[in-house]
Design a binder for this molecule. Structure first.
Ligand code: HEM
Length: 421
């Protein structure tokens, strides 16, 4: 395995030699957890992956065009902010943030609203968290593939059980959508996906399209949930925790939101361009609290090189986003939380710093970046507009890292929220 720890080598691999580093590793567990590489995240770099990704991207754009994303997000905030306001003592914000993110993605994918005590939501989040924890630590079976034939570990059996249950949930949703599908009335991402496939059928290579079966679409929905929920919820935990421990920065965010948005409406997607300090604060949260610290593993398609080293075909390559975000050659006072490093002299967002790469780059760049950025911004700005957040007395503002799967998160913590008058 090769681990790329600085922006020079990452740019060389992902941008300069993009196709050569665009494959995924040949691990049997990934075959199983994608029904034979029928999803986007674990699919190999093939024409089918390309088309699959194109269709999913198009469906996301079509469905979320105009004010749709904002509407979905506002619904989610109208549901979750009052739940936060009910908390009069110190509390663990995880369940409400989980609902905020799940509600949003569930509305995007299936057009369905969710309550905090909804058993489907509770069960999904529990399974999703377990899945992320198990997959991030890898499987000994992948090191000794003979084990797949004779005996698999309890951990592997557990993750495949969770995968099958979740996939069945998506399969049922797709079936329901197909039955009531009307191409003149697209209700959600699942409808948009069915429509995009129909449209692609008119234009694209029939052979490739035969690879876009229902199972591929089920896996695409699974990608959106799998890749979207953990990354977003974990980023919001970090955001809330940082703000609770940094009252001066929080006060500047409050001041900006009050000035730009006021108090009588929720922040909208368009406000983002005028909320530079708030956006920069979120960028800094994503730098210090890198949600996906070593990304998704890549693999080489052919013999190649990086940083002057030979890298043979089929080598697993990890992108160490955490190292890029903590590289003292690029970040002054690397451990200090300082949003101004993302701002220019006029206080506006400056060009993206070179070594800031939470969504990766190149052929495999995060497919959801254009959804995640406004999503996180609007959630964060809405929470900050309504609440002043603090830590319970005697709690250290230092953030300890917990979790330790594919995504990391702050160790369990509590906050106190006060409605801002
Ligand atoms: C905080 C938010 C997010 C972060 C930090 C994030 C980060 C990442 C990273 C690091 C990768 C791996 C890229 C690589 O292989 O080099 C990735 C892939 C991916 N992300 Fe995201 N992501 C976020 C939100 C989302 C959302 C909301 C969606 C869906 C709407 C999404 C969909 C995907 C998909 C489908 C891939 C696989 C791309 C491929 O293999 O071709 N992500 N993301």
């Amino acid at each position: 395995m090769v681990v790329l720890n600085d922006i020079e080598s990452v740019t060389e691999a992902l941008v300069k030699r993009k196709a050569e580093f665009a494959n995924r590793p040949n691990l049997p567990s990934l075959d199983k957890l994608s029904n034979g590489r029928k999803n986007i995240v674990f699919a190999n770099y093939t024409p089918a992956w390309k088309l699959h990704r194109k269709i999913a991207g198009k469906a996301l754009r079509q469905y979320l065009a105009g004010k749709h994303l904002e509407e979905v997000l506002h619904n989610s905030m109208h549901k979750c902010l009052p739940l936060m306001a009910e908390e009069k003592e110190e509390f663990d914000p995880e369940p409400i943030i989980d609902l905020m993110v799940f509600h949003m993605l569930n509305s995007v994918c299936f057009g369905k609203s969710t309550e905090l005590n909804d058993p489907e939501f509770q069960d999904f989040i529990k399974k999703d968290k377990k899945f992320t924890e198990l997959i991030g630590k890898g499987f000994v079976e992948d090191m000794f593939p003979i084990m797949y034939k004779i005996w698999t570990t309890q951990k592997y059996r557990k993750i495949t059980e969770i995968f099958d249950v979740i996939a069945e949930r998506y399969r049922k949703k797709l079936e329901e959508h197909k039955k009531s599908f009307d191409r003149d009335y697209i209700r959600d991402f699942t409808d948009a996906l069915i429509l995009a496939r129909q449209e692609a059928e008119d234009e694209e290579d029939k052979e490739v399209l035969s690879e876009l079966t229902d199972l591929h679409l089920v896996n695409t929905i699974s990608d959106i949930f799998g890749a979207g929920i953990d990354t977003s919820r974990v980023t919001m935990y970090f955001a809330v925790h940082y703000m609770a421990g940094l009252p001066e920065i929080q006060a500047k965010v409050h001041e900006e939101i009050d000035r730009v948005v006021g108090k009588n409406r929720l922040p909208g997607v368009k406000d983002r361009e005028n909320l530079s300090y708030t956006e920069a604060t979120l960028h800094e949260v994503m730098r210090l609290g890198t949600a996906v610290p070593v990304g998704v593993p890549h693999s080489t398609l052919c013999d190649t090189t990086v940083g002057g080293y030979d890298v043979p075909e089929n080598t697993m390559v990890m992108i160490n986003h955490w190292a890029l975000h903590h590289d003292p050659n690029y970040w002054k006072d690397v451990d200090t939380f300082d949003p101004t490093r993302f701002l220019n002299e006029e206080g506006k967002l400056s060009m993206k710093p070179e070594s800031w790469l939470p969504f990766s780059a190149g052929r495999r760049v995060c497919l959801g970046e254009s959804v995640a950025k406004p999503e996180l911004h609007l959630m964060f700005a809405s929470i900050m507009q309504r609440f002043k957040i603090s830590l319970p007395e005697g709690t250290s503002p230092e953030i300890l890292i917990g979790g330790g799967g594919a995504a990391i998160q702050p160790a369990p913590f509590k906050i106190i929220v006060k409605e801002r008058k």
